[in-house]
Design a protein around this ligand. Structure first.
Ligand code: FAD
Ligand code: GLY
Length: 375
């Protein structure tokens, strides 16, 4: 089977690699370079409890999280790239006795045991992170929250895909998905017609535009995330710290990532005064000693978002050979391994090994729904 995958973010790279492994002849089409958009802009946290994500997300997130240790090992073996997989865990600081009381329930049960969730008192928080504000009267510690360097990850994934036989075409923009009646035939890319048995839309926040190219509609919109990095030598923070308004991710190579805004700003590629101010204010409230650290870089990226906050995965209803994998919103780095695996199973064997009903494109495509929140 020949397959065209559009977009070389983590999602497109993961799908392309798994399809090649399953014996498909795969071409991965990327208008820029792998990781040029959200996948390169992310913070790289692998946090399966999610950022207020709906429950349907949980099982998928856990399944993907479980695949990471093996993925990281394999990418290093196949490409020599170390993706800086850090397994020290995240502290979610708590600031009131009521918050501590409510957090107690989250530290019990099978899920808490698998993820290593513990409730820390104020003294334990201080012992763990001496630079944290004394206002923290406790914290939920999730030992199983891990993180990677997502820029390295996407490059390694693309390289592994190429090593497995994927033809990667960078600098190639897909302008149209070619649909003939009820069948996808291929794509038009920079004036060239490319034919295939199957086409996978994995172009992140741009999947809506690709759908429009054949007269389809998909309510995927960008949610801008601004980020700031601070010099972090010597380190002040050893774990990931996740507050209500900000998270701090210590990278092994001497940077502390401060993220992130979640904004409806269309595709306006801008780091704003308000965005940076808000992030730094919240970061300093959490770790006051960061005040003197130099800012090393700022950037932004466009998370692909759907109106119910869930990914869109599966076959395009009514068009044979057309597939979608997008809208991973705040968790695409985490969800990429399972997305690659399930999409490849579905395309090559006719069904995925996990139930994916909540994620089907059918919930939007052709449905009588109002998508008023998609701007
Ligand atoms: P993208 O990475 O955006 O890739 C889409 C690709 O398609 C791009 O490379 C683009 O150039 C290409 N493309 C678009 N149109 C075309 C076309 N017409 N022709 C050819 N190519 C095209 N997730 C986590 O799990 N953990 C985190 O800590 C985390 N932090 C984040 C922080 C920020 C600031 C942001 C912005 C996102 C974060 N995310 C995080 C979310 C995660 O980055 C995304 O969900 C994920 O990267 C989406 O991957 P993707 O491959 O679908 O999209
Ligand atoms: N998951 C981190 C973010 O979306 O900012």
């Amino acid at each position: 089977m020949t397959v065209l995958v559009v977009g070389a973010g983590v999602i497109g790279c993961a799908i392309a690699l798994e399809l090649a492994r399953a014996g498909c002849r795969v071409t991965l089409l990327e208008r820029a370079v792998p990781g040029a958009e959200a996948s390169g802009a992310a913070a790289g946290m692998l946090a399966p409890l999610g950022e207020g994500a709906p429950t349907a997300f949980r099982e998928l997130a856990l399944a993907s999280w479980r695949l990471y240790p093996e993925l990281v090992r394999e990418l290093r073996e196949r490409t020599g790239v170390d993706v800086e997989y850090v397994t020290r865990g995240t502290l979610y600081p708590l600031f009131t006795a009521e918050a501590v009381r409510q957090a107690r329930a989250q530290a019990t049960g099978a899920l808490a045991a698998e993820l290593g969730v513990e409730l820390l008192d104020a003294a334990a928080v201080r012992a763990c992170e001496p630079a944290i504000t004394p206002a923290a009267c406790g914290a939920l510690f999730v030992r199983g929250d891990h993180w990677v360097n997502n820029e390295r990850l996407v490059v390694a994934w693309a390289q592994a895909a190429v090593a497995a036989g994927v033809r990667l075409r960078t600098g190639t923009t897909v302008h149209r998905i070619e649909v003939d009646g009820d069948r996808a035939r291929g794509v038009l890319a920079d004036g060239e017609r490319l034919a295939a048995d199957a086409v996978v839309l994995a172009a992140g926040a741009w999947c809506g535009a690709l759908a429009a190219s054949f007269g389809g509609a998909l309510p995927v919109a960008p949610r801008r995330g601004q980020m700031v990095a601070l010099a972090h030598v010597p380190p002040l923070v050893g774990h990931c710290l996740h507050g209500e308004e900000v998270y701090l991710v210590p990278r092994p190579a001497g940077e502390l990532l401060v993220g992130a805004t979640v904004e409806r700003a269309g595709f306006e590629r801008a780091v704003t005064a308000e965005g940076v101010l808000g992030l730094l204010r919240a970061a300093l409230a959490l770790v006051p000693a960061l005040a003197s650290r130099p800012i090393t870089r700022t950037w932004c990226g466009f998370r692909p978002w759907a109106p119910d906050d869930l990914p869109i995965l599966g076959p395009w209803p009514g068009i044979e050979g057309l597939w979608v994998a997008t809208a991973h919103f705040r968790n695409g780095i985490l969800l990429a391994p399972i997305t690659g695996r399930l999409m490849a199973e579905w395309i090559t064997r006719g069904r995925p090994s996990l139930p994916l009903e909540p994620f089907l494109p059918d919930r939007f495509v052709g449905a009588e729904r109002s998508w008023t929140r998609t701007s």
